[in-house]
Write a protein that binds this ligand. Sequence first.
Ligand SMILES: Cc1cc2nc3c(=O)[nH]c(=O)nc-3n(C[C@H](O)[C@H](O)[C@H](O)COP(=O)(O)OP(=O)(O)OC[C@H]3O[C@@H](n4cnc5c(N)ncnc54)[C@H](O)[C@@H]3O)c2cc1C
Length: 570
Amino acid sequence: MPYRAPADEIRFILDHVVKFNDVTATDRFAEATPETVGAILSEAAKLSDGVLAPLQRGGDTHGAVLEDGIVRTAPGFAQAYARIAEGGWIGIAGDPAHGGMGLPFTLAAAVNDMVSGALLSLGLNPLLTQGQIEALEVHASEEMKALYLPKLISGAWTGTMNLTEPQAGSDVGALSTRAAANGDGTFAITGQKIFISWGDHDFGGNICHLVLARLAGAPGGTKGISLFMVPKLIPDADGNPGARNALRVVSLEHKLGLHASPTCVMAFDGATGWLVGEVNRGMAAMFTMMNNARLQVGVQGIGVAEAAFQHALAFAMERKQGRTPVAGGGTIVDHADVRRMLIEMQAEIFAARAIALDCAMSIDMQTATGDPDWGARAALLTPVAKAYGTDVGIKVADLGIQVHGGMGYVEETGAAQFLRDVRVTSIYEGTNGIHAMDLVSRKMMDGGEAAFRMFDEGEKEAELARAVLPDLADTVWSAAETLRETVEWLVEQDMQERYAGAVPFLKASARVLGAFFHLKAACSEGGTGPRTALARYYIERLLPEYAVLITQARAGAAGLYALGPGDLAR
Ligand SMILES: Cc1cc2nc3c(=O)[nH]c(=O)nc-3n(C[C@H](O)[C@H](O)[C@H](O)COP(=O)(O)OP(=O)(O)OC[C@H]3O[C@@H](n4cnc5c(N)ncnc54)[C@H](O)[C@@H]3O)c2cc1C
């Protein structure tokens, strides 16, 4: 069965589960009428199903290749990219002053969900450009905005982000790329960056690299990093791509998956760059780009999970094996364990999608209202949406292989590709472990206030749900209370203790948040029907994991350091 973008499911979540109506009720997003939202979702679904999904297998087998220093993309990719650009999809949330549609970021996330399910490797390209657009909108000079934003928003030019170096991955502050003032307002950028997604391609236009580098005499660590725009082709006086800049692709990484997305080793040999924002404030500027990209990487995981789920369900409905215990088509979908896997896949996807869209909606509300509580909510949800969305992508793709049996392990069914492709999403844009640490440290600097507000909201929903589904509502309410107590305990601990339990704490938080949203979906159909059955599955069988996870979260650091590297090596 070919991929079918989940436009209706996304619409359901927007209309009934997360408060997207609050977003569209603001003056800032008044243009996002129900008709516009419907048109965006259905057009994005058509693009995903008809143009992108058919390139999925060919992209994997052909991959991107480096020929004479130029990246050649897989057949059909340049044309598909042109369709994304022509459709205006890159500027969906961009500033109308520069050609964007000015629509809610939530819709950009919804489109990314569908595009990622169809063709993750290509979808990563516009995602990076969107992040760059945001960073420039907030931090660039008016002159730079006028030159770059219309080109990036139209998709004529693409954007990359250059942080990682061999010795500077999670620890970006360790980077050694240098910047030196040229005396004419430009800077010479010298150094090597690795793992640069879409560092080059054959789509035409220009490639705009946002590069982190250190000026001579700047402080060490992240406090001495500045951000530079370093285009592949230096724009001429009319703003058209001109002379080649002193940068090149040294090689492409050979990877587990995502073969059609070129991952480049880049050399900057005194390349001309322009400062973005203030000297030594590059991390702040890059964070603007990374914050939404983080949520969008979580959404990538959800998109791939959706595709893997659809693929597995179609297989299970055709494959006959053994006598099934219930009357049905006699295919493996009727075996209890296969049914368990499929329901679990769908329950996880729903929870992760609702959390991600709720996070996106919070970002929009902050944009529209300027209310810091919405900002704090978005900040709190971002690491959860990133890590849980990508964990779900990996888990669901893995279950998808299991549903296929041996055919999942051979490449021709395509089940394995989902897992190979999605695996990186828990690593790039900050590893999930780093995001969990962010959740228990920076995101708890308010003493847990933002988290407590979310629990209040969830508990209020659970109280309302008591009239419809009392047993499920009670379970969810109790889980929220236990998590609240865990946050109260957490904020009293020193960082070492918090970090030791950060990953289980993040997972427990996702479990409880997912339960809030499942309960709401069940109530929206009056407590009977497939959404209620799915909610019951999640709340009765998956939610209880939070108790174990909280125990792990509170177990502390001493037990981890009791085993030294020497002991492990035994
Ligand atoms: C396919 C692909 C595409 C990418 N695209 C880009 C791109 O476009 N631009 C870009 O700049 N980068 C890109 N990256 C790089 C990516 O962001 C990094 O790989 C990632 O941030 C992790 O850094 P690292 O690989 O150096 O791992 P390391 O930082 O060495 O981490 C190794 C392990 O140690 C853990 N760890 C590290 N530090 C800590 C700590 N302080 N506390 C606890 N645990 C820690 C990590 O969680 C991880 O498990 C890409 C990577 C890949 C694989």
